[in-house]
Every structure is written in structure tokens, then in C-alpha cells.
Design a protein around this ligand. Sequence first.
Ligand SMILES: Nc1nc2c(ncn2[C@@H]2O[C@H](COP(=O)(O)OP(=O)(O)O)[C@@H](O)[C@H]2O)c(=O)[nH]1
Ligand SMILES: [Mg+2]
Length: 389
Amino acid sequence: MQEIPVVLIGHKDHGKSTLIGRLLLDTKSIKESRIKEIKEVDESDGKQFELAHLVDSFYQEREREMTMDTTRVLLKGKKRNYQLIDVPGHAELISNMLTGAAGAEGALLVVDITEGIKPQTIRHLEIAKLLGIEQLAVVVNKMDKIFYQEKKFEETTEKLREILNKIGYSLKDTYFFPVSAWEGENVIKKSKRMTWYQGPSLMEFLESEVKEPVSFENLPLRFLVQDKYSEGQDEILVGRVESGILKTRQEILFLPENKKVRIISIRDSEGELKEAAAGQNIGITLSKNFNISRGAVGSCLDSVPKVSDHLSGEIFWIDSPSRKDLVCECGTSQVKGELQEPKEIKAGEESFYRVKLEKPIAFDPRNKTILGKLVLKDKGKIIAVGNIL
Ligand SMILES: Nc1nc2c(ncn2[C@@H]2O[C@H](COP(=O)(O)OP(=O)(O)O)[C@@H](O)[C@H]2O)c(=O)[nH]1
Ligand SMILES: [Mg+2]
């Protein structure tokens, strides 16, 4: 069964982890024994049990196990399963949104009704919009704290509508849910404490309204080269199929090198493969040794990426760069670039950008895959993320 990725965004302490904990608990996506264990740990630490600890204990455990992904948990629905993606800060949000095939299609924005809209609420929304998250639902949380009043809910959603509209989210497709993650009101079942609310519960919405993500397998072939090494006579290119399907004997075009090449063999860590689909990490051998290296994109012949040394689009500035000499990353390409626009940068804001690269790279403008996105680094630190138009 395909798991639908859903990212949770919003200001710190507005209740993202608690909501995930509540969803896991009430759908029995987590084992009773596990809950008991965490309750006992809390007790022995003299702490009160919190739903957020369920989720946070997952992360700590995975960090110890050194699993790459520390922020995804599985939610079991009646109809389908979901991957809930928690993003404690900007860095997690960005890295999760950039990881291609597993990128989220839908986002849940969590807003604490007593605090309302905070700077991080707006920043997360801007980044999500910029990086192509189309479906958004807003969870107005902690309704228990205001005794489930409709009036306050209406006031908050009114303000949220204004912000969403400014950022470019379609209001007619956006749902607003009055919720208490803590009490479990309107999360799985409709709340008896908010009879004034006529819409679906959050889980009913997930099960019926959230669309399945476009499968990257159905997009044109893009093989992103990460590395190469020699094995006897053969040169092996290592990389990831970002989209489409790659087959042995297929002829593909490598860009920006502009070299047409036939694939001799495909393998992964288990052995030889006939083909590899989007999301797979593989090694390939070619008919001849070409001078192809990291950053190259292998493409099908009928729909190829663009190649240029100029990029432009919309970008979100996490920090302002200390110098002009930036590293521009797109897919596996890493090239030095000079920022031509904007002239002035304000951290925490979005702007149009234009960069001139030291040499041309291959990319896919206005694309959902990683080849449609740009990351700017300054001294190894991500300072901005944007799309390529
Ligand atoms: N009263 C009340 N408190 C909540 C609710 N949801 C979360 N909290 C509390 O708010 C605090 C922050 O929650 P947490 O889930 O860690 O927020 P996060 O930073 O967005 O992940 C915790 O102390 C939670 O117990 C709610 O629905 N009602
Ligand atoms: Mg949290």
C-alpha cells in the first residue's frame, strides 16, 4: 500500500508532536506496550505523561540507531496509510521537502488558538508554497483552552485566511479544523463539545480528501549521478533514479555533457537488475567510458532537462549570505555562482532571484522533483531554498 506523506508545519509549541501522538494513539498505530513503556519512563523521571513524548521518544531512538530519517512516523488509516513528517525547525522542513520522491504533497498547519499566527507560522507556509506543496489543511489547536468557543475560532480562521491568500494558497480548497490534540476532540471522531462545527474530523478529512501524490515513476527518466569509480576495465556510475524507469540496453542522454550512451548493466547492493525505478539507488556500467561525473543527469531521449548557466525563480532567505561567492545546488550538481538579484537580502523573507553559475548545469524548470529546486549554500550552510522557473 502506498503511504501518503503529510508534513506537519507550524510554530514551536503549537502542538505538532501532540497531534501526531494523538493520531497514533487513537488509530492504534502504536502498540499498547510502547505507550506503557513511555508512561513508565515519564513516571520514573517525575514527569507527567505527554502525548508529545510518544513521538519524541521515536526520534531519540532512531537517532541512537543512526537512521537517516528521524522525523517520519507511520499512521494507519482504515482506507490508507500515511507518513506523518514532523519538522521541528526550518532545516528539517527544507531537507524533508527536498528529498524527491518521498516529498510531501499535503501539509497540516498547526496553530495554537491562544497564540494565533506567529512568525514561524508564516515562514513555514511560505517555504511550503515555494517548494510546491499544494494541499493544505489548517488545524486550529488547543480549543480546550478557550472552552471550545466558536467565536474565537472564527476570528482566528479569518486572520489565517488573509495570510494564506497573501501567500497564494487557494482558500476554497483549504479546510480549517477546530481541534484539541490533547483531549482528542475532532481528531478521529467528530467532537461532541463543538456541535457548532459541521465539517469532517481531521482523520475523516485525511481519509477522504487528501490526494495521492503523483508517482515520480510516471515522469520522464532522470538519473542523478552522485559518484563514479572504476572496476577493472569498467567505469561505474553511482546515483539515484529521481524519476521514471531506467532499463538495461536503454540509450540515454547525459547532460550537461551532451553524451548519448547505452546502458550495459544496472545493479544495486543486492546484485544485477533489469531495471530501476524512481527512488532506487543504483550503479550502472556504460557501453564506453565517457567523461561523466557528479552532477550529470541521465535522461530519456524524448523529454530532456534544460541546460544553462543562468537560473532564476523564487527563493526564501533563511540567512543573508556573507559574500557573493555562493555554492548553488540542484540535484547532485554543486556549482559556484554569483548572485545577480536581489540586490538586498532580508533573512526570513522571500524574493525573486537570478544567479550566474560558473558553468552550465542540467535542471527541470517548474518541476516537482529535486531538479526543479535550488539550494544556496554559504560556507557549507544552507542559507536559501527556492524553485527554478
Ligand atoms: N491544552 C492543550 N495543550 C496542548 C494541546 N496540544 C499540545 N499542547 C501542549 O502544548 C505543548 C507543546 O506541544 P508540542 O506537541 O510539543 O508542540 P510542537 O513544538 O508543535 O511539537 C505541550 O506541553 C503540549 O502538552 C491541546 O490541544 N491542548
Ligand atoms: Mg514537536
